[in-house]
Design a protein around this ligand. Structure first.
Ligand SMILES: CC(C)c1onc(-c2c(Cl)cccc2Cl)c1COc1ccc2c(ccn2Cc2cccc(C(=O)O)c2)c1
Length: 231
């Protein structure tokens, strides 16, 4: 049957996409990528600064998701803590696949590869970046996919899962229609997008191990990262 995005869904998509595009890492942080040294120590510090800035960007973005601030306050925190790593993997994947000014991408890749992350995590991480790049998502799809990830009902400590599920379903419906309209030749495109969310969960488990090994090598994180990642 003919797929049609309603007026309300159009408005919802605009709010989320504008919020997604409005919040970016401050240029001075992104610019630092090109300066400074390349030691594992220096790379770790730079990436820590970027992760901290990215969490602040994420919190601001989340506040713009219609309905999010009406959720139980503790559930809002549980959703943010539970989705931060996945949202940041998505964001960094999207930055790798298009946004960065040329030259930044290689530098960023270099710094991630040389920041004390073991090879067993680097490989799946860059495979993920490649698989996201191959999807050629439009910005509305990127913003909605991040929103769907944040609104995952079964995160630890979420009390009112139904309320989160209702919000997520609203977003999934818009994303499904958008995929059909944006990729008419690829009826499976929406399913492929959701398959990436499963890959994100695996990366999130790897990330927990990355944090443990950084801790064991006495790497310090910022207070905000300690709070959101319980390290
Ligand atoms: C604490 C730190 C060492 C860390 O722990 N895990 C990860 C970590 C890693 Cl190593 C990979 C993926 C996710 C996380 Cl949390 C990181 C580094 O985190 C980031 C965070 C953001 C990243 C990157 C890489 C790119 N971006 C996004 C980006 C860069 C430049 C501009 C913009 C923008 O929005 O304008 C966004 C790394």
């Amino acid at each position: 049957e003919k797929v049609e995005i309603t007026k309300e869904q159009q408005a919802l998509m605009k709010i989320i996409t504008d919020a997604y595009n409005r919040h970016q890492i401050p240029q001075d942080v992104a610019k630092k990528l090109l300066q400074d040294q390349y030691s594992a120590e220096e790379n770790f510090l730079l990436l820590t600064e970027m992760a901290t800035s990215q969490v602040q960007v994420l919190v601001e973005f989340t506040k713009n998701i219609p309905g999010f601030l009406s959720l139980d306050r503790e559930d809002q925190i549980a959703l943010l803590k539970g989705s931060a790593v996945e949202a940041m993997f998505l964001r960094s994947a999207q930055v790798f696949s298009r946004k960065m000014p040329s030259g930044h991408t290689e530098v960023l890749e270099e710094r991630i590869r040389k920041s004390g992350i073991s090879e067993e995590f680097i490989t799946p991480m860059f495979n993920f970046y490649k698989s996201i790049g191959e999807l050629h998502m439009v910005q509305e799809e990127q913003a909605l996919l991040t929103t769907v990830t944040i609104l995952t009902p079964d995160r630890p400590y979420v009390k009112d899962q139904q309320a989160v599920e209702r919000l997520q379903e609203t977003m999934l419906d818009v994303l499904r229609k958008l995929c059909v309209l944006q990729h008419p030749q690829e009826p499976q495109y929406f399913a492929r997008l959701l398959g990436r969310l499963t890959e994100l969960r695996t990366l999130s488990h790897y990330h927990t191990e990355m944090l443990v090994s950084w801790r064991m090598n006495d790497h310090k994180f910022t207070p905000l990262l300690c709070e959101i990642w319980d390290v």
